[in-house]
Ligand binder design. Structure first.
Ligand code: ING
Length: 308
């Protein structure tokens, strides 16, 4: 049995006016709870250090840059890395990354127990739009502020397991899980910031959005015989609601832990990585069952092509 006790550190709202330092203090409180619960790993949300700023139209680059981190760790996050090292807990969390050569990504990092960053992922599937859209009840400008990730979907060995990351909208695309599944992934960690309201379909209730989020993650887990941990930043950010719905999903697609609030909340489950083995060696033994000679479109075609 290769058990990893995983803590899903759901975070409540982060207001525009909240400082990085105040947010890191909240993350350390969740880490302390995880330590008390015997966690080996803690998963935080997407853009965990700031408010979900892509909801705002910003046309001044220095104002945009305010939301980005130029290095990681940095002065604001050093206390979190120090606390994780002291606790001997691996962590993953998302943040807005500005690279030294001036590229902008929606990024997440993964550390080992000594708070060394062993993995970086940059969000590939950027939802929303790049210009102000007056038709929307609020903006979702990820295509304006971030470039599509350039690292693909790597998988790393950490805590004696094969782990990968994706971010938010990535969880809705089966290709994401399969790219990691084909590397033998046993744990997919992801954070999300999902508006409770659909800016283009005002009568879409939260129930459907929660259902689609859970459906995406449970399907990804089952169809790739992997654990999936999906952790929300939730709550009301400057009047804009983000949904919760944080869950831990086992390799059979069952939800084994679920947040019950929309605030800072730790959900914990002891995840046996060996629970992936049966699925990977029987129904989802990819090498034995997949017929790649019929899958050309998935890797060569972005949109629909109608041939009739
Ligand atoms: N947020 C949302 C997400 O994919 C979204 C955007 C919501 C797309 C609902 C489609 C439907 O969860 C981010 N940050 O990707």
């Amino acid at each position: 049995m290769r058990e990893i006790v995983i803590g899903g550190a759901q975070m409540g709202a982060i207001q525009k006016a909240d400082t990085r330092e105040a947010v890191v203090d909240r993350m350390i409180v969740l880490l302390d709870q995880a330590k008390a619960a015997g966690c080996d790993l803690v998963v935080y949300p997407e853009l965990a250090l700031t408010t979900f700023f892509p909801r705002w139209f910003i046309d001044n680059q220095s104002e945009v840059d305010f939301w980005f981190e130029n290095e990681m760790p940095n002065a604001a996050t050093a206390p979190l890395f120090a606390a994780a090292k002291k606790a001997q807990i691996a962590i993953s969390f998302g943040y807005a990354e500005r690279t030294q050569d001036g590229h902008y990504y929606n990024t997440s990092v993964l550390t080992d127990r000594d708070a060394n960053i062993i993995g970086t992922y940059r969000k590939v599937h950027l939802p929303g739009h790049s210009e102000y859209d007056p038709e929307r009840s609020f903006q979702h400008l990820e295509k304006r502020y971030f470039e599509p990730g350039n690292l693909g979907f790597p998988v790393w060995k950490n805590l004696n397991a094969r782990m990968g990351m994706c971010i938010c909208n990535d969880r809705r695309w089966p290709e994401v899980y399969r790219e990691m599944g084909l590397q033998g992934v046993e744990l997919v960690m992801l954070g999300y910031n999902t508006p409770t309201v659909n800016s283009q379909l005002s009568d879409e209730g939260i129930e459907q959005r929660l259902y689609h989020s859970e459906l995406s993650m449970t399907a990804g887990a089952y169809q790739n015989a992997t654990w999936v941990v999906g952790i929300a930043k939730a709550g009301l950010e400057d009047g804009h609601p983000l949904m919760a719905g944080s869950i831990i999903v086992d390799p059979n697609g069952y939800v084994v832990a679920r947040a019950s609030s929309e605030v800072d909340e730790l959900v914990v489950h002891a995840c046996d990585m060996d629970a992936c083995t049966f699925g990977k060696t029987t129904i989802f033994d990819f090498g034995r069952h997949r017929r790649i000679e019929h899958y050309q479109r998935i890797g060569t075609q972005a949109g629909v092509v109608i041939n009739d």
